[in-house]
Design a protein around this ligand. Sequence first.
Ligand code: FAD
Ligand code: NAD
Length: 408
Amino acid sequence: MINLRKPKIVILGAGYGGLMTATRLQKQVGVNEADIVLVNKNDYHYETTWLHEASAGTLHHDRVRYDVREVIDTQKVEFVQATVEEIKHEENRVILDSGEISYDYLVISLGAESETFGIKGLKEYAFSIVNVNAARQIREHIEYQFATYNTEAEKKDERLTIVVGGAGFTGIEFLGELSNRIPELCKEYDVDFHKVKVICVEAAPMVLPGFDPELVNYATSYLEKKGVEFRIGTAIKEATPDGIIVAKGEDEVEEIKASTVVWAAGVRGNSVIEKSGIEAMRGRVKVNLDLRVPGKENLFIVGDCSLIINEEINRPYPPTAQIAMQQGEICARNIVALIRGKNELETFEFDNKGTVCSLGEDEAIGTAFGKKFVGAKASFLKKMIDNRALYMIGGPSLVFKKGKFNIF
Ligand code: FAD
Ligand code: NAD
């Protein structure tokens, strides 16, 4: 008997991985071939890679987001605004806050969450740069501290202390934005710049562990000149209502008083993964190279919830937008192959386009095309990378609408 029912493809999450999958599927799949459903918590997509700017207040949060419907073909992709609560993968259904949805093929692209490693007080007293809501709150909180400082008879200098936990790429990019924003805040709220302290606490013995040392030196001295104080080889042990406690030597600890603590010291995959009983390491699932979960013919995972080992160094590839987007393209092609009855699937092979770390509006460091870049050239490259991501998902119209053109 011929099965006339169209297969149903459900994509969870409209971030880099999810939107790449959806926009490629809508191009490659005929309306009569499959039903495609995209589920996302918000009706908007946000550029996770720009959230440090919205958090510091150097870019308005509306600039980092756009309506999901702007980039999907609603004739081909049904958009459902809902929060995913659990995936019943044995029964091919997804539980949403507003009901449930069944599928024949599922793509999980729910992104990352902050990893607090169980450190006491972080969830209660520290912020994390994880989504638009969080970014808005960080910006408002910092601004409130500056606005309040001069209203108090007894000045509390800790209001003007900002601790950034972690000198990975997120921490460093946020520090770059902060160092541009703070002089503006000082001017706006009549605060003496010398009263402001920005302290970056990094557990590893170097900033940007594993990155090119020459570029790291450039970034560190640039940020130090802008007033950032680095506490390297220093681990945050606890966050409190008054600041943080750090390890000092073998047994000693030290308190750093700060009204703002931003935890940028690591990410994990979405907690929905573990809640759904899918085997994972910190919410990241070791997928096959065809991006399917081992033993699951119809379950794909792309982006920060997936984990693939880089055989060259025998360590997982870092969770990046670059990888999420490359995976989205492969995932779409593999689903098309499956619904057309082909069993030969493509495998993921990372095409490394380089890494650029911004240090604010017009400064950056990076490696690309086998070369190192610093300063305005690196910053230009960073903006081109940001624009390319928009182009890949929404074409030239999205670049015109949301792109970064303040390039010189
Ligand atoms: P995301 O793009 O984060 O998308 C996840 C989507 O799922 C979101 O739309 C979210 O709303 C939705 N969602 C989450 N939970 C639910 C739920 N329960 N129900 C429904 N929807 C849900 N990488 C780079 O390659 N280059 C960079 O320059 C870079 N810069 C970065 C800067 C910052 C500040 C940060 C935090 C990260 C940066 N990264 C960068 C990493 C990069 O952002 C991530 O690797 C990338 O976003 C992962 O894509 P994704 O599709 O897995 O998740
Ligand atoms: P990360 O894991 O890359 O860095 C976290 C840092 O925090 C590390 O240096 C670690 O040593 C430090 N740390 C951990 N525990 C600590 C503690 N208790 N006290 C002090 N420091 C501690 O995390 P990230 O920077 O959020 O990056 C997440 C992912 O996003 C990475 O894959 C990264 O490559 C990617 N990303 C890329 C870019 C870019 O390409 N420009 C920008 C941002 C993020």
